[in-house]
Design a protein around this ligand. Sequence first.
Ligand code: SF4
Length: 360
Amino acid sequence: MNLGPSKRQLRPVKVNESPVVEVRGLVKTFRRNGRWPWSPVRQIPAVQGVDLTVAPGEVVALVGQSGSGKTTVSRIVLGLDEPTVGEVFLEGLRWDGLPESVRRPLRVNYQYVPQDAMGALDPQQTALEHVEETLTVLGGMSRADAHQAGQDMLRRLGLGARMHALPREMSGGEQRRVTLARVLALDPRLVVADEPTSGLDLDRRESVLEALIGNLPPDAGCILVTHDMTEARGWCHRVLAMLAGRVIEEVDLTVAEPAHPYARILFDPWSAPVPRGPLATTGCPFRPDCPLASGDMQAVCAATVPQLSPLGDAQDRHRVACHVLAPVDGAGPAASNTKSSDSPPTETNAPAASSPAENP
Ligand code: SF4
């Protein structure tokens, strides 16, 4: 199966500078009350041991099916949710747990593009008024400066002739570009875009991503949450594929193809059906549908959650969580009854979600 390399010219990345985002050992468990007052409280593991870095200029895709944990990770990065365990740094500043009074003046640098553009827009405001208001309230600009900067940004995003249109008079793609204009006009350091092209046809998806990524400030980082693998392949430097709250593969699609059997199905859904059934609650969550888990490996895959490990040598940034493709010390058929390592994702028989609620 040749999935084909990415062909687009990607933004320059400053890999040697300190990252815009650094997430270490992120765990998020939601608590849900039972049906009755005496029912036990349920613990729902939404994210289990995720690490993530975004360098200046870099665009990183978080991909996976609904419920994989990608939206929860992105919300925690922006401080819209708190992690249960783990650390989040934005431009070197410990961000999780920071009092909102400290975060608030900094939030202008870290912007969120919502999935529901129509819901994010005021039906009574024109495109230009939306951007002007953002620049005066969040950006601290004078009205005259905001008026000029708002016009400039809308023209850059191809909305020069639609500045005075109301949301109901715009197409879906134009509404998305207005939400992008508000974010990009603030000159952010980080943009987290949650399914920004959801519900659009192919041409409009391309124009929205062109508007977003083509107009990011040069040193800004971007996290693109998507389930569209074409977008991830065409616009992103790295892709993190998630399943059941864990990253199961990290790959630069300009130099390599997905290797994990689940990620390969995500990127080439014509090759096999994307699994819809319940995931395994012990060991590797993908094992009920995995073509690689046969023979002696079945016991290993059932006993131990695979860790994200380099596919090649220790320096390889292409990493896969699979006992067959990237075995870590002690894992393998001969070690079917052993744990593989000492970090959180190695727990055996962990309560991996059969379909963890994303952003419940
Ligand atoms: S760890 Fe086992 S079940 Fe999971 S993807 Fe690898 S071979 Fe398949």
